[in-house]
Design a protein around this ligand. Structure first.
Ligand code: GLC
Length: 473
């Protein structure tokens, strides 16, 4: 089977969040299962672009509104990622340093999608499935069915994976002219609440919708940033498939980013060495339990609660633990987190920004990871942490609920709490400190979690079964 994945991000080319990790690893596992998986993303100006060799695969052009754009599809020459990676270059629109957050994102991502569909319409053969990820690729299934120039692609089965339904790509109806000539009888497919909504449009147009965990699918019918009713009515074609992790990239035994490699047998001493280094770098006390947070500092992840929860924990429990934070996002949260360093030097530190290497070192050196997310469609960090023997403290939501069992349950190994509030977080930190004091139990749990299999094998197969079920005769 041949699958074309369309996404805004793909690790290691361009990463803003977990979407990149998934799009950079799922295709690899699909290839291992004997299929052909290709990925196409916009040509962002990243280091990976300049560090690698590219061949020109196709050149074309299209009208967007009254402007003509030329596009070029380039392909990474040496199959470095174990699957074919293609990028769409549109001069002036896509060749930028950041992935998102430009004023003309609507035009940029619409142009990206038109170029992909236009390229696809020039293929000599057809892929068996077009798999779009999140709203940045959400108009593609519509274009393949209802834009006059591309209707010959209508028979190709399509699937949408939702990594995050909070962002939907809304655009006002003034933008209808940027979508290539389309059948206006179908306007209802583009519309949600008087706006063009690419995510909602994809849900309506594709053959199957998946979310990145089963619990998140359930939650979307209750809370989906305005799309709840849509998920109720389209429920019949939706299902949740839990993400996996790339166990080659995330392996404490071979990880080249960390100081001391370790396995289940020497996890105690291995983690301690990594912890000592980390604590030295960030002026922390390596005899205390180390809690980390890694990720975007945004409301969805409840990062706004961190400063107060950390302050309360350190005050109430009398400096019995250390915290280290890595991430970037809301300016206000960033400022508060930096400010804390002055108050709790020696027990708390933070690094504002994105740093893949430091993230690996933190998973390896920490005892606990905090994930109080308000919304967590899947969450990969808890799975990375488990593999590195770091115990997760998570709010019971989405994929966190599907991957972490509380230590109060039979065979439990993590700490779960119900509400994203200061009290629940500090109470969980309290429970973790107690667990840390019981070194024997801690060691046993560490061994247990490092053996949990969260690899892609099973989920990659589930996707293949889904593609198979929608092949048209
Ligand atoms: C998004 C979600 C996260 C998920 C990731 C990969 O970043 O917020 O929960 O793990 O996508 O699917």
């Amino acid at each position: 089977m041949e699958i074309l994945h369309v996404s805004a991000e793909c690790y290691p080319y361009a990463k803003a969040g977990g979407l990149a990790d998934v799009v950079g690893s799922l295709p690899k596992y699909q290839q291992q299962l004997g299929h052909i998986a290709k990925v196409v993303i916009p040509m962002h100006r990243t280091k990976f672009l300049y560090d690698n060799e590219w061949t020109v695969e196709h050149k074309g052009g299209f009208m967007m509104g009254s402007t003509h754009y030329d596009y070029t599809i380039i392909k990474e020459k040496h199959n470095k990622l174990d699957f074919d990676l293609y990028c769409v270059d549109i001069y002036g629109l896509l060749d930028r340093e950041n992935i998102y957050s430009y004023d003309d994102d609507t035009q940029r991502f619409t142009a990206f999608q038109i170029a992909v569909v236009d390229w696809l319409s020039h293929w000599e053969h057809r892929p068996d499935t077009v798999h779009v990820h999140d709203h940045h690729a959400g108009l593609i299934p519509f274009m393949m069915r209802h834009c006059f120039a591309y209707r010959h692609l209508a028979n190709i089965p399509t699937i949408l994976t939702i990594h995050n339904a909070q962002y939907q790509g809304w655009m006002s109806w003034d933008n209808t002219n940027i979508i290539p000539d389309w059948d206006t009888w179908q306007w209802g497919l583009l519309d949600w609440n008087m706006m063009i909504n690419p995510l909602a449009c994809a849900v309506k147009c594709v053959d199957r919708v998946t979310t990145v965990s089963p619990s998140y699918m359930e939650e979307l019918t209750q809370e989906a940033n305005g799309l709840e009713q849509l998920f109720v009515s389209e429920r019949y074609k939706c299902s949740g498939i839990l993400n996996g992790i790339d166990t080659v990239v995330w392996d404490p035994q071979t990880d080249t980013y960390i100081l001391d490699n370790y396995t289940i047998t020497d996890a105690g001493s291995g983690k301690l060495l990594n912890k000592k280094k980390l604590c030295k770098d960030f002026m922390l006390d390596d005899t205390l339990p180390l809690f980390i947070y890694i990720g975007r500092l945004v409301g969805e992840k409840a990062a706004d609660l961190l400063p107060q929860a950390i302050r309360d924990s350190l005050n109430q429990l009398g400096n019995k633990m250390n915290f280290l934070i890595l991430g970037s996002g809301d300016k206000n949260v960033e400022d508060q987190l930096m400010y804390l360093t002055g108050n709790f030097a020696g027990y708390y530190n933070s690094k504002i920004g994105y740093n893949e290497k430091l993230a690996h070192q933190m998973y390896a050196g920490a005892d606990f990871i905090l994930m109080p997310s308000r919304v967590e469609p899947c969450g990969l960090n808890q799975m990375y942490a488990l593999r590195y023997g770091t115990i997760p403290l998570v709010r019971s939501t989405g994929g966190l609920k599907d991957t972490v069992t509380d230590i109060g349950e039979p065979n439990g190994f993590g700490i779960r709490f119900n509400f994203a509030n200061i009290w629940d977080i500090t109470y969980s930190i309290h429970r973790a400190v107690e667990l840390y004091d019981d070194q024997e139990r801690l060691t046993a749990i560490r061994k247990q979690i490092m053996q949990i299999d969260n690899s892609w094998e099973k989920s990659a197969e589930q996707y293949i079964n889904l593609y198979t079920s929608i092949q048209k005769k």
